[in-house]
Design a protein around this ligand. Structure first.
Ligand SMILES: Cc1cc2nc3c(=O)[nH]c(=O)nc-3n(C[C@H](O)[C@H](O)[C@H](O)COP(=O)(O)OP(=O)(O)OC[C@H]3O[C@@H](n4cnc5c(N)ncnc54)[C@H](O)[C@@H]3O)c2cc1C
Length: 460
């Protein structure tokens, strides 16, 4: 199957949709977008202040976006940490990292408290290297993580890595306990139900066409609220005035048919760690609760004019490319069918830094730009938006979260087309060329091509 939003919905079923907005309405807080960011924000705000009238407006159904399509890596990575360290100092970035480490546990705790069964397995994150250049990057990455306070992260040699997961050609890895595997759609469906049970109003099939101070405009009516929070991540470009705010980057995935017991025996992976690599065009994977491998990577990175996708359908060459990655890692799976392929969009700011903002002059807030690390980050963003709204409305003072360096960060917009399209496609073509060069030459250092692409893209 190709598309159908994602494998996760083929596995767990699409949710019944909720009623759309039918007329003008008022609320204390209006949240635009029913993914993890919007739903966690509604959740924590309503828990903190049950008297608040909160309305969530969702263009399709809750979990239609990346929150219902991702790789299920609940982990402590956050886009932009190094840049925040450069701007606000190392100690500020350490606080941000500590908050992210704690967020992994907070998602697991809150899901358990709300009886959300999301196939969570707290097995940590294993990132592997398969070439000398990847190993050099892995060691540098490992050292950087330690410097941000991750004392419990370990570096593993080729043999120890293969004892965890028998990946062909693995030369080393790094493992951290700050990660868990989960079923993305089960989490977002359960979260939407929990939010509704708390008394939040959710309108689905209700696209917001414009957000302006105190107004969220839809074809069916306008919601007026002192606070309007934009939680639309990779779809942000479709809102009036937001075309160049965050670039919608595609990520695509495949899920295999369930593997046999003997195939799993050959692979290992008993710890069910989330698994990634250190390629420039990196892959991410999980062992699913029903015994498949779900594996993702870049595919076609970006569509001209910031267009988003078509209910998760992905291109045949992308499926082939992901299949090639799968069989390079696990050659014994060459004959295993791909049961499902899909794609989704994530939001990329011009400086690749995730952010959470509340503009106190207008009451407009937003969170996102997580690049590819949003499953945990959305939860931290939501608790931060809660604190910012409570602070602004005089219900509470500043908190540790409102003092984190990603709060109220400003960034310039992306270039107009065709520069945007040319830049992103050039960057990913260069990353692919750099990966090919590193694996054929076995050079010990990262290809200069990739460093050049990073600079052009504004990543470093
Ligand atoms: C294929 C893929 C794999 C990924 N894997 C991982 C992973 O393993 N780990 C990780 O940490 N991150 C991963 N990510 C990123 C992560 O999934 C996202 O960062 C996260 O889900 C973002 O949540 P969100 O609520 O901000 O955005 P979304 O989940 O995209 O939600 C935004 C919602 O807003 C709605 N919306 C948009 N525009 C409007 C509008 N105008 N009016 C009303 N509603 C609107 C959308 O329909 C959508 O439901 C992945 C992303 C993709 C695409």
């Amino acid at each position: 199957m190709n598309g159908g939003i994602s494998f996760w919905y083929a596995d767990d079923g699409l949710p019944a949709t909720r009623e759309p907005l039918t007329s003008d309405a008022t609320a204390d807080v209006c949240v635009v977008g029913g993914g993890y960011t919007g739903l966690w924000t509604a959740y924590y705000l309503k828990k903190a202040a049950p008297f608040l009238r909160i309305t969530v407006l969702e263009q399709k159904f809750c979990g239609y976006g990346a929150s219902g399509r991702n790789g299920g890596w609940l982990y402590n990575g956050i886009a932009g940490r190094d840049r925040y360290a450069g701007r606000h100092g190392h100690e500020a970035a350490v606080r941000l990292q500590r908050a992210m480490n704690e967020t992994v546990g907070e998602v697991i705790r809150a899901a358990a408290e709300e009886s959300i069964e999301a196939d969570v397995h707290h097995g940590g994150v294993l990132e592997i290297a398969c070439t000398p250049a990847q190993l050099a990057r892995l060691k540098a990455f490992h050292a950087a993580e330690l410097s941000y306070g991750e004392k419990d992260r370990v570096l593993l040699g080729a043999r120890e890595s293969a004892e965890r997961v028998r990946v062909s050609g693995v030369v080393g890895s790094t493992w951290t306990p700050h990660g868990a595997r989960l079923h993305p759609a089960k989490l977002v469906k359960g979260l939407a139900a929990a939010v509704e049970a708390l008394g939040v109003t959710i309108h689905e099939s209700t696209p917001v066409t414009e957000i302006r101070p105190k107004h969220a405009v839809t074809p069916y009516g306008t919601v007026r609220a002192p606070y309007v929070l934009r939680c639309t991540e990779g779809f942000t470009a479709s809102l009036k005035g937001q075309r160049r705010t965050w670039l919608p980057m595609n990520s695509s995935m495949i899920a295999t048919a369930p593997l046999s017991a003997s195939q799993w025996e050959a692979i290992g992976w008993e710890g069910r760690e989330t698994l990634g690599d250190m390629a420039h065009a990196y892959m991410y994977a999980q062992r699913t609760a029903d015994g498949r491998i779900a594996l993702g990577g870049r595919g076609v990175p970006y569509r001209f004019g910031s267009k988003t996708d078509n209910d998760g359908r992905t291109q045949q060459p992308t499926i082939e490319a992901l299949r090639t990655v799968l069989t390079r890692l696990f050659p014994q799976l060459a004959g295993v069918p791909v049961a499902h392929a899909w794609s989704g969009v994530l939001g990329v700011p011009r400086d690749w830094c995730a952010t959470v903002t509340l503009d106190r002059a207008t009451g407009l807030g937003w969170a996102g730009g997580y690049v590819g690390s949003g499953v945990a980050t959305a939860n931290l963003a939501a608790r931060t938006l809660r604190d910012l709204v409570q602070q602004d409305s005089g219900q509470a003072g500043p908190t540790d979260l409102t003092a984190l360096p990603w709060v109220n960060h400003k960034v310039r917009k992306w270039e107009p087309e065709p520069l945007r399209w040319l830049g992103v496609h050039g960057m990913y073509a260069t990353y692919n060329a750099a990966d090919r060069r590193e694996s054929t030459t076995h050079a010990p250092d990262s290809s200069r091509l990739a460093r050049w692409a990073d600079r052009v893209a504004g990543r470093h």
